[in-house]
Write a protein that binds this ligand. Structure first.
Ligand SMILES: Cc1cc2nc3c(=O)[nH]c(=O)nc-3n(C[C@H](O)[C@H](O)[C@H](O)COP(=O)(O)OP(=O)(O)OC[C@H]3O[C@@H](n4cnc5c(N)ncnc54)[C@H](O)[C@@H]3O)c2cc1C
Length: 403
């Protein structure tokens, strides 16, 4: 497709849609590109048994709460459907099935985006909202594992049907690691390698959870930020692979499911078999599930200034060295909540404000830059929503623990 637009948002996940919403509220003409066939496919294509670790109360987007009981955990498919319904309800201009391949600067100002279908889109400003999960990270020693071991990264895992008989090693004690170990243990002897992070000290539905529901959004968005010492410490830990506390599947659920927990990390191989840091060689492992996270990859955004380690230089998603270029949905973009649904609206609003301000500066925005739009919200709302949105169809429910 060829087009000329004022502001282009690349990616229609929660970050891109929340940005489009806030741009719309400010009257900024915007087009959103989505590479997949349907808005929400990124969630539908994650593992089939996925349930969010964040309760519905924390899964809304600006102007629209998640339409499910506050203390329930939506499925991944329901989250995908919610994003699609959100784009439709907010009348956001999303073009699906168009994958942006490269962003360059144009002589004379603005940006040129080339797309996989051979199209060219010129834009005054570009917001890259393609998510922090671009390249699955797998340790280099994975290549030394015996070829008779099935290896799957969580990004490519759908269901236990992909596993062969025999023991499963899940590497990485994160949310995904806990989920996949819990699931694999129903059919395979399963060992989870890695130190489990802490877990939240409440159980959904109890009074302590109601209090947590009030405190956590505030702490995640306003206290654990890059402006505070605890926030900066946490940011460094998260960027170096530290996992957030377990919320839904906890240690006791794993133990009850029969998952063997090994604090020791998987550090290499010996004779093609996985080697743990405590010296154990796992001779009988037949499957390895890598829950080892992702790395950012913004090399395709040519004007983006990257450090030697490939990390983007920005301030709250604003690339100050390249006026008109922004990012949303980055890990710890501003706060711990940035990588969660809970933080999408907050970060998006900041970026949208800066887009609108530059537009005014350049003389194309409305005088005074008043916000427009149907509903305005500075934050994710936590009250139950209404509307004809399909949530948690029976086919996508499963027996994962919900307490
Ligand atoms: C397994 C898993 C479970 C998670 N569970 C939770 C949870 O329970 N609660 C929570 O708060 N967070 C959760 N997260 C973290 C986070 O909320 C999600 O990763 C979320 O999908 C990030 O949203 P995003 O909009 O930043 O990126 P994405 O959801 O990845 O959206 C990016 C969009 O951009 C599109 N795109 C990418 N590249 C291009 C391109 N070049 N051109 C056009 N389109 C492109 C993609 O198709 C996608 O639709 C989870 C993450 C994972 C991996």
């Amino acid at each position: 497709m060829d087009a000329q637009v004022e502001t282009l948002v690349v990616g229609a996940g929660q970050a891109g849609l929340a940005t489009a919403y806030h741009l719309r509220c400010r009257g900024v003409p915007t087009l959103v590109l989505e590479g997949r066939g349907r808005v929400g496919d990124v969630w539908r294509q994650r593992y089939a048994s996925l349930r969010l670790f964040s309760p519905a109360a924390a899964d809304g987007l600006p102007g629209m709460a998640f339409p499910a009981p506050r203390a329930s955990y939506p499925t991944g498919a329901a989250m995908g459907d919610f994003l699609e319904a959100y784009a439709a309800a907010m009348d956001l201009p999303v073009r699906t099935g168009v994958h942006a391949e490269r962003v360059t600067t144009r002589t004379g100002g603005g940006f040129r985006v080339t797309t996989a279908d051979g199209g060219v889109i010129d834009a005054e400003q570009v917001v890259v909202a393609t998510g922090g999960h671009q390249r699955p990270r797998v340790p280099a020693f994975a290549a030394d594992l015996d070829p008779d071991i099935v290896q799957i990264h969580s990004a490519g895992y759908r269901d236990p049907g992909q596993l062969q008989d025999g023991r499963v090693l899940v590497v990485g004690a994160s949310h995904s690691g806990a989920d996949l170990a819990f699931e694999a243990a129903a059919t395979h002897p399963t060992l989870l390698s890695g130190r489990l992070p802490g877990e939240v000290p409440y159980t959904l539905g109890r009074p302590s959870a109601r209090l947590a529901g009030l405190v956590i959004p505030f702490v995640f968005r306003r206290v654990l930020t890059l402006r505070t010492p605890p926030g900066r410490r946490l940011a460094s830990a998260v960027r170096h692979g530290g996992a957030a506390p377990l919320i839904r599947v906890k240690r006791r659920h794993l133990a009850a499911a029969g998952v063997e927990l090994a604090e020791a990390r998987t550090v290499g191989t010996r004779d093609g078999r996985p080697l743990l840091a405590d010296g154990r060689v796992l001779d009988d492992v037949r499957n390895v599930l890598w829950c080892t996270g992702y790395t950012e990859d913004f090399r395709w955004v040519e004007p983006a200034p990257l450090d030697a380690d490939g990390r983007l230089r920005h301030v709250r998603g604003v690339v100050e060295e390249v006026p008109g270029l922004y990012f949303t949905g980055l890990v710890f973009q501003h706060s711990f909540a940035s990588m969660l649904i809970l933080g999408a609206g907050h970060d998006a609003e900041h970026v949208a404000r800066r887009v609108a301000a530059l537009r005014r500066e350049r003389g194309s925005g409305p005088a005074g830059g008043r916000r427009q739009g149907r509903r305005q919200s500075s934050d994710v709302r936590l009250e139950p929503a209404v509307g004809p949105i399909r949530v948690m169809p029976p086919s996508t429910t499963h027996d994962a623990p919900v307490t």
